[in-house]
Design a protein around this ligand. Structure first.
Ligand SMILES: C[S@@+](CC[C@H](N)C(=O)[O-])C[C@H]1O[C@@H](n2cnc3c(N)ncnc32)[C@H](O)[C@@H]1O
Length: 279
């Protein structure tokens, strides 16, 4: 599996919470595991464990040897540092614009956690690439996908975005949901065909919602995320953490889900959590 040309980022758990309108406590009380796809070199898997939340990360990055992953993560960190130096308001989350060093330290810590955790627990880091994931239908209580599908339109054309979103919904439990961010590309240009994409998802019996989320702390700014749920709910087949099964079976689309409940609530590919125009 060759590695696609994207930035490798090392976000900490708290940044994930801000991005997706989540809180530590909401993660800690989920009824099943979380999928982070793409997982990048984030600290999420390791940090969420301490909350009692099992996160599985999926990313083609994990097919690479550890030294190569580290080199790519360092290059990503350097790109963010350079971008932050030129336009901190754009590339750093709200509240960090005047403190880029602190923000970069949070990435350094997240990367250390990622490196140690992925070495100790490689089973939590699955080498896989959308639109095909090696997980059984309905495996995850919550699926997160940040800074890929709409951030890199050169990698994901409209059909690819649709296929990837269908796959993310497939592996998510009926009472779960998929959260996607951002809805704009690296230039801040909103996805022009998002209304059509949502209509097509609706035809696949997947409901979509664009939710304005307030960040989980005062440092961030409100922004919008896309939430997907299958329409016709079925009984849950959530697996216990020990029971996550990898599969090479052909994806089959599932219909339906329930939200996590209302949650309050980035080139250098999007790091800022600032709101951006959405359809
Ligand atoms: C900018 S990073 C985002 C990582 C993380 N979600 C975050 O918000 O920091 C983009 C990631 O997408 C991964 N990627 C590229 N193509 C992919 C694909 N087809 N399926 C899954 N991940 C992919 C890259 O390896 C990289 O780790």
């Amino acid at each position: 599996m060759s590695h696609p040309p994207t930035l490798i980022t090392s976000r900490p758990l708290d940044e994930y919470c801000r991005l997706f309108g989540l809180t530590r406590s909401s993660l800690g009380t989920l009824p099943g595991p979380v999928l982070d796809c793409p997982g990048g070199a984030a600290g999420l898997v390791a940090e969420a464990r301490a909350l009692g939340c099992q996160v599985i990360a999926a990313d083609p990055l994990y097919a690479l040897p550890a030294p190569d992953r580290t080199a790519l993560a360092r290059a990503g960190r350097a790109a963010i540092a350079t971008a932050a130096g030129t336009d901190p308001g754009r590339y750093l989350p709200g509240g960090h614009a005047h403190r880029p060093e602190k923000y970069l330290r949070s990435w350094d810590r997240a990367h250390r956690l990622f490196a140690a955790d992925s070495a100790a627990h490689p089973d939590r880091y699955i080498a896989a690439a959308l639109p095909r994931l090696p997980f059984a239908e309905g495996t995850f209580a919550l699926t997160l996908s940040s800074y890929l599908l709409f951030a890199y339109p050169e990698l994901f054309a409209a059909d690819d975005q649709l296929a990837a979103l269908l796959e993310l919904v497939r592996v998510t439990a009926p009472e779960g949901e998929v959260r996607v961010h951002p809805l704009y590309d690296g230039s801040g240009r909103r996805c022009p065909h998002l209304p059509e994409l949502r209509a097509t998802l609706g035809a696949h019996r997947i409901s979509t919602e664009i939710r304005r989320v307030a960040p989980s702390d005062r440092a961030g700014r409100p922004h919008r995320i896309l939430i997907l749920r299958a329409v016709n709910r079925r009984s849950s087949r959530l697996r216990t953490p020990a029971g996550i099964h990898l599969t090479t079976a052909q994806p089959t689309r599932r219909t339906d889900a329930r939200a996590l409940g209302p949650q309050p609530s980035t080139r250098a590919v999007g790091t800022s959590t600032a709101d951006a125009p959405t359809p």
